[in-house]
Design a protein around this ligand. Sequence first.
Ligand SMILES: Cc1ncc(COP(=O)(O)O)c(C=O)c1O
Length: 395
Amino acid sequence: MNNNPTLSEAKDKGCFPIEKIKKLDTPFYYYDMDVLKKTVKAVKNEIKNYGYIEHYAVKANANKRILEFLAAEGFGADCVSGNEVKAAVNAGFPASKIVLAGVGKTDKEINLALDLNIFCFNVESLPELEIINSLAAKKGKQAQIALRINPNVDAHTHEYITTGLNENKFGFAISQLAETLNKLSYLKNVKLIGIHFHIGSQIEELEVFERLCIKVNEILGWFEDRGIKLEHVNVGGGLGVDYADPNGHPISDFKHFFEIYHKNLKLSEGQLLHFELGRSIVAQCGSLISKVTYVKEGETKKFAIVDAGMTDLIRPALYQAYHKIENISSELPEEKYDVVGPICESSDVFAKDYTLNKTQRGDLLALRTAGAYGEIMASQYNCRELPKVYFSDKI
Ligand SMILES: Cc1ncc(COP(=O)(O)O)c(C=O)c1O
């Protein structure tokens, strides 16, 4: 894979086939299929020890080839819109392995999912429950549902990607469960098969998942006390990746992650545990490759102005997210730059005071760990083209 031995030996850089990629029109996402394959192998190796079920979170990256690969590897799909459900089906995920979540499912989306007979709706509110019931009744169907419960566990992550606190918009509060069970007793076109949680994303302190397990155990106990045995428990995704050191840690600590659930969650006989990992499956296989258009000398700093912008990778502008940046064309001594895009927004900044090998017009920069919430969040603001996509095994 590495066609450029000089660059592979460069200090702490990823391995890119530079001779091939320098001929491509930038900016583009570059997916290293080798990294994706190794990541999937690592997940499957751990998961098989416990018989857990993984529904890949399509929102992280819905690139057709990536979806097809994950479908062929036997993953289910966690979707949050009707179009994600369609993308999953088109990529080969069987409807029987698709779950549909989201606080604002429209009638159209619910009808689509009902027509396809998806595995389960992760329901987030009482009004939604009633609508699913009435739409299913019109079709003479019974929809399988799981209640998404907000466990009020702090994910200790960025406030925009924490979802399991009482103040967040997602799921049922624990205090609403009794009323919800009562309602379910006369909604005949929905069948409660499980409970669902997702407390946030990019969770790096793994003890957070232990706290989630404690809450889930309490909630399972609450259901059991009422004579309800749930077949399915879905604990969402959230496992973080190493944005600072993608070369040192290209694969998240799946072993420890699944072990935590195995040790802490008290599942009863026959109860199945489901996951919805997104970021930790696809983040490290993707890089955004961008060309330096200008190096501009400011009063106090230098700007490396690149041809990718927040339209191609919005995470730094949206959540002050860090992406490691490497100048994959240069081995010159290091200097500091603000790496900025061309978009007419002051927030169109990838990094400030960032150390790169001396950078010149025409150099290629790789923004690493961009496989999750990258390509899929791209927009055409400023009438820009969407970023192109290349795969390591097809260039
Ligand atoms: C309900 C749900 N499940 C799964 C995920 C995937 O999370 P992650 O990419 O952090 O694994 C998300 C993302 O926020 C989500 O909202």
